[in-house]
Design a protein around this ligand. Structure first.
Ligand code: NAI
Length: 331
């Protein structure tokens, strides 16, 4: 039998946490043959609710779930974890300055970085979900220098999946037949959802999305803004932000990272830029990646037209600005 994998979920008493922990316990993230021990962290005001989630996990009698740690102690939460999904953070409240929100999250990610660095298992894989996701991940990287930059990522898979969903709806094809969309850049409305390399499996073979949609105007405008603004549309409809789709996408992100992407398919992940596609090195930026043997690799050599170039640069500029703002909160 396999040894259990320890998975940390921070902010586990929140909305995404509530959707995510049962998925992990059912094997959606790491496979239905992989036992897991869940580590759940939240802050003291949420301790009672967190304990309620733990009670429900016991009640659900998940066969793969070999243990649950529910705590408000960061060190206890981080000890021995193999995978860390960072969902906890400080939300933007009405009337708050961007800088104030950034400053709260910088201090959270700085201290959680140190705890992970000191107490997580060697080679722990980190996924930051909490916003501003890219910049929180960058702060985590900066303050956990002994964790390889290869192991620190942020979630843009939800945006990637949203793009697949929009194409599938537009063409009335199965979402599983659509692949290789790309989310470039920030997990924010400046992101660039790119379909220039995306394809659809048809009875006549794989066809480019552009050829099938036959409507460049829709692809270059409405499609992009729909994906960029989808989070806001969900809030408007649900009066709460995306949770089940965020949780599901977080599972997709870790599963593909650990178990590999299918041959010929890439996914989008926020990763540490090495300067690929002339994206400034040292930003956490969403790229197309393939994964094998537990490691991601940026897909190289894709052609970038002038329209796309501008959009890649725009979202990079926003990330550079966020980075500067985050650093100004440190001093
Ligand atoms: P939520 O407010 O329901 O839950 C957040 C939880 O984090 C709360 O239980 C809170 O007590 C906890 N928390 C706050 N500070 C903490 C700390 N220092 N340590 C541990 N836990 C802490 O929010 P929700 O809806 O679950 O969203 C969580 C985050 O995910 C938000 O930042 C949201 O913006 C982000 N998000 C990111 C997405 C992405 O695609 N990257 C998609 C959807 C949401």
């Amino acid at each position: 039998a396999k040894e259990p994998v320890r998975v940390l979920v921070t902010g586990a008493a929140g909305q995404i946490g509530y959707a995510l922990v049962p998925m992990i316990a059912r094997g959606v993230m790491l496979g239905t043959d992989q036992p897991v021990i869940l580590h759940m962290l939240d802050i003291p005001p949420a301790a009672e609710a967190l304990n309620g989630v733990k009670m429900e996990l016991v009640d659900a009698a998940f066969p793969l779930l070999k243990g649950v740690v529910a705590t408000t102690d960061v060190v206890e939460a981080c000890t021995g974890v193999n995978v860390a999904v960072m969902v906890g953070g400080f939300p933007r409240k009405e009337g708050m300055e961007r800088k104030d929100v950034m400053s709260k999250n910088v201090s959270i990610y700085k201290s959680q970085a140190s705890a992970l660095e000191k107490h997580a298992a060697a080679n722990c894989k980190v996924l930051v979900v909490a916003n501003p996701a890219n910049t929180n991940a960058l702060i985590l990287k900066e303050f956990a220098p002994s964790i390889s930059e290869k192991n620190i990522t942020c979630l843009t898979r939800l945006d990637h999946n949203r793009a697949l969903g929009q194409i599938s709806e537009r063409l009335s094809v199965q979402v599983s037949d659509v692949k290789n969309v790309i989310i470039w850049g920030n997990h924010s409305s400046s992101q660039y959802p790119d379909v220039n390399h995306a394809t659809v499996k048809t009875p006549a073979g794989e066809k480019p999305v552009r050829e099938l949609v036959k409507d460049d105007e829709w692809l270059n405008a409405e499609f992009i803004t729909t994906v960029q603004q989808r989070g806001a549309a969900i809030i408007k409809a649900r009066k709460l932000s995306s949770a089940l789709s965020a949780a599901s996408s977080a599972c997709d992100h870790i599963r593909d990272w650990v178990l590999g992407t299918p041959e010929g398919t890439w996914v989008s992940m926020g990763v540490y830029s090495d300067g690929s596609y002339n994206v400034p090195a040292g930003l956490i930026y969403s790229f197309p990646v393939t994964c094998q043997n537990g490691e991601w690799k940026i897909v190289q050599g894709l052609s970038i037209d002038e329209f796309s170039r501008k959009k890649l640069d725009l979202t990079a500029d926003e990330l550079s600005e966020e980075k500067a703002l985050a650093y100004s909160c440190l001093s």
